[in-house]
Write a protein that binds this ligand. Structure first.
Ligand code: FAD
Length: 513
């Protein structure tokens, strides 16, 4: 067993540079112990160029990397994201009933010790027909009023509301690239043409035209959907989940704002359509909009028509970039001396922006489990167990959004709600949640990307019926809960007055030295 001293990362997209920066930060140190990290990226193969929505974990990652929040906002055209607004997911546009719900990042208020708000909301403590996410946190009101999640005076990556960001994917990779190099990462522009295997099946070296033969102790495959190392060279089986999640294509556009001072939504707008859904993400100078759809249920021309109808006149003269999606994950993410991070390891469609979150987890795990002594097998086993379980749960969480829809306007929706397409574990959970709300005991937190409250917000945003009247006696704190819902309403008014407009907050933060 040889000590792991040299790490070679193939790919200079978000996965490659984020992993490089993370490892440089965590595995640096005195010269003799430091791990030497090189990123090999091709000048001929572009990055995917999408991936603009994130999850709040990104704040911890950026802070750990030592990137100043104002610099990040400025260099990545970034804006704040307080959650996702789901439009027309429950029923088609024009139907009777609410046309949207919100998945906020802030947890339900936790002012009263041990008081779980969801059961009391189900028992009517919030009054009226206010949605759970609106009753339990003030975040939707703040986002609806185009307020930011923090004040200028709050410290870096801190604020009263939980938040993530939207950003320009290309600029983000550039920032990470510069920052990782400042942490000591080497950059090599070269295209891997051949992978040389050792007799034991591990990777012996990579062959490139520009830099010749490159050797390392550990290889990290961040080559995107191509999966040059983990897939092409090592043949890790790919678990396709298109029997559960049907989308396999996307059309992406970059659209100007109607006016330069138009308010910027601090949430992703996800609108359901006949055979998929659109994302609509507001950056500082433009919107990123895309239609994610299933080629089994529509064709490319119709998909483009749906996208253009959504975008309206702002899309005139703007081309739409087609993308093919491979939705699923490698059943083995780490084989011998090669580990996959990013799209090479898997991709669960972008509905809940899991891509970058999974990269953060993988980078953390590699640095935490790092087999300095060269004993790779137990580390690979642990990594594979944790990552595959995580992917399975993300698939179920994303499926939750589809399978509870009341839409029946197209076979895409009918089939999505067919139990045959719903994983058994999710069906079992849904059966339990008919008579009691989701609880943290339903989840193994270390394997989940989304907290139990996200499941609660989506489940009840999708208007899932849950009758807990038979267990009313288990919820004796009704009056306290009513007071809590009342307090949340009152505090919201105060917060609206305290928090700055979203666009103004961004401009002021970007102007900081
Ligand atoms: P890429 O960006 O494709 O980078 C691959 C790199 O590998 C490139 O630098 C390329 O040059 C290099 N490379 C490839 N082959 C070789 C070779 N032979 N030799 C040398 N270099 C090579 N994620 C989110 O978190 N939020 C979102 O909102 C979101 N939206 C998405 C929407 C769509 C439509 C898609 C498809 C994905 C989305 N994602 C999202 C996922 C996100 O884009 C990716 O997880 C993220 O960009 C990481 O990509 P990557 O670095 O793995 O691959």
């Amino acid at each position: 067993m040889n000590a792991i001293k040299n790490v070679l990362i193939v790919g200079g997209g978000t996965a490659g540079w984020l992993t490089a920066g993370f490892l440089a930060k965590q595995l640096g140190g005195p010269q003799q112990q430091a791990v030497h990290i090189t990123v090999v990226e091709s000048s001929d193969i572009p990055t995917i160029g999408v991936g603009e929505g994130t999850f709040p974990s990104i704040r911890g990652t950026l802070s750990l990397l030592g990137i100043d929040e104002a610099r990040f906002l400025r260099e990545c055209s970034a804006t704040f994201k307080q959650g996702i607004k789901f439009v027309d997911w429950v029923r088609p546009a024009g139907s009777v009933g609410t046309d949207h719900y919100f998945h906020p990042f802030s947890l339900p208020s936790q002012r009263s010790q041990g008081l779980e708000l969801l059961p009391y909301w189900l028992l009517g403590a919030a009054g009226g027909d206010v949605a759970f996410a609106e009753a339990a946190t003030m975040q939707k009101k703040i986002a609806d009023a185009h307020r930011g999640p923090k004040r200028l005076s709050d410290g870096d990556y801190l604020g009263p509301m939980n938040y993530a960001y939207h950003f320009d994917a290309g600029r983000f990779a550039t920032l990470l690239c510069k920052h990782a190099q400042s942490l000591g990462v080497q950059r090599q522009i070269a295209t891997v043409q051949r992978v040389e295997l050792a007799p034991d099946g591990s990777i012996a070296a990579l062959h490139t035209a520009e830099a010749g033969r490159l050797e390392a102790d550990l290889y990290i495959d961040c080559s995107g959907f191509r999966a040059t190392l983990i897939g092409d060279a090592l043949g890790a089986p790919f678990r396709d989940v298109n029997d559960v999640l049907f989308v396999d294509r996307a059309l992406a556009m970059q659209v100007p704002y109607e006016r330069p001072d138009a308010p910027i939504p601090s949430y992703t707008i996800s609108t359901a359509h006949e055979s998929g859904w659109t994302w609509d993400i507001g950056l500082q100078e433009r919107r990123g909009i895309g239609y994610v759809y299933s080629s089994r249920y529509t064709d490319d021309a119709r998909a483009e028509a749906v996208l253009r109808q959504y975008v309206g006149p702002q899309g005139e003269g703007v081309s739409a970039r087609p993308l093919q999606l491979r939705v699923g994950y490698r059943e083995t993410q780490w084989i011998k001396n090669c580990v996959a991070v990013g799209l090479s390891g898997g991709f669960v469609e972008p509905l809940e922006a899991s891509g970058i979150g999974v990269i953060e987890t993988a980078a953390f795990l590699i640095s935490f489990l790092f087999p300095r002594d060269g004993n790779l097998a137990p580390v690979a086993k642990q990594f594979n167990t944790l990552m595959v379980a995580r992917y399975e749960r993300i698939v179920n969480f994303v499926k939750l959004h589809y399978c509870l829809s009341q839409r029946r306007d197209n076979a895409f929706w009918t089939d999505n709600c067919n139990p045959a397409s719903i994983p058994e574990a999710l069906q079992e959970q849904l059966a339990m949640w008919r008579h009691r709300p989701p609880h943290r005991l339903d989840f193994i937190s270390d394997l989940e990307m989304y907290p139990p409250t996200s499941w609660q917000y989506v489940l009840h945003g999708m208007e899932y019926g849950c009758d807990i009247s038979a267990s009313r006696a288990a919820y004796p704190r009704m009056e306290e809960a009513m007071r809590e819902f009342q307090t949340i309403r009152q505090v919201s008014q105060q917060a609206l007055a305290d928090l700055p407009p979203h666009r103004a907050l961004i401009e002021q933060m970007c102007a900081r030295p």
